[in-house]
Design a protein around this ligand. Structure first.
Ligand code: CDP
Length: 231
């Protein structure tokens, strides 16, 4: 029997398949799935649309002031079989995935006030629920008491290939080099920032999925849940 308040944290490097894995886990075990990265992306999109970036820098104070007025929600769209992110009542699922947002999101995610606000929202969403959340600081900061913490990674080559294919598939005009550079830069900023940097929690289990199929990943997880008496 599945414990209905099971909390699973999935952290790791950019574009290593955290979201796909977390979604499959949620589906299989009847948990709520939350993409914390989408929340940082939504705040970044807001900043771009409000003209808060100039010469590549963000006007931090203006963004911080706007934070309390931002509403970020998730819904599941059954006809497209996907989760969708809403910012102030508008569906922004497509917009937040563009490379322009990826290019700026790590700068926004460094800001302490942004993190405080989003971490609070993430904890509220997860309260008294079975949940799987993916991001960078879920096992270290958001849910340090998670039942299971997974730290995912894959080679930069493999991650670039996956994200490039995904973006090209959506009709975005990007080069492989641009994608690789974005992943490299984000990992660098995310791992070295002062506020809750990307770190492997001491009690996290590492999953390098460079050469694993989605089915093999799931088997890995099932065995762990059984071993831990969680499923
Ligand atoms: O899916 P992908 O690996 O491209 O990234 P994401 O999960 O959508 O996250 C986008 C960015 O948000 C990351 O590069 C981090 O800068 C930031 N982020 C964070 O700081 N903390 C989280 N819990 C999740 C994302």
């Amino acid at each position: 029997m599945m414990n209905k308040n099971l909390v699973i944290a999935v952290d790791g490097h950019s574009s290593c398949g955290k979201s796909s894995f977390a979604k499959s886990i949620a589906k299989k075990y009847g948990l709520i799935y939350i993409d914390s990265g989408a929340m940082y992306r939504a705040v970044t999109l807001y900043g771009i649309e409000k003209g808060l970036f100039s010469a590549g820098n963000i006007h931090q104070n203006a963004l911080i002031e706007a934070l309390p007025s931002l509403s970020i929600r998730f819904t599941y769209n059954p006809s497209l079989s996907r989760y969708e992110t809403w910012l102030n009542g508008r569906n922004v699922e497509e917009n937040i995935r563009h490379i322009e947002v990826s290019a700026r999101v790590s700068q926004v995610a460094k800001i302490r006030e942004v993190r405080q606000q989003l971490v609070q929202m993430q904890r509220d969403i997860g309260k008294n629920k079975g949940i799987v959340m993916d991001g960078r600081d879920i096992g270290t900061v958001v849910f340090p008491q998670a039942d299971l913490k997974i730290f995912m990674t894959a080679s930069l080559e493999v991650r670039t290939g996956r994200r490039y294919k995904e973006l090209i598939g959506k009709g975005e005009k990007v080069s492989r080099e641009e994608v690789m550079e974005n992943l490299r830069t984000r990992d660098q900023i995310d791992s070295t920032r002062e506020e809750s940097p990307l770190r492997q929690a001491p009690d996290a289990l590492v999953l390098d999925n460079s050469f694993l199929t989605p089915g093999e990943q799931m088997e890995w997880l099932e065995n762990i849940l059984i071993e831990k008496g969680l499923a």
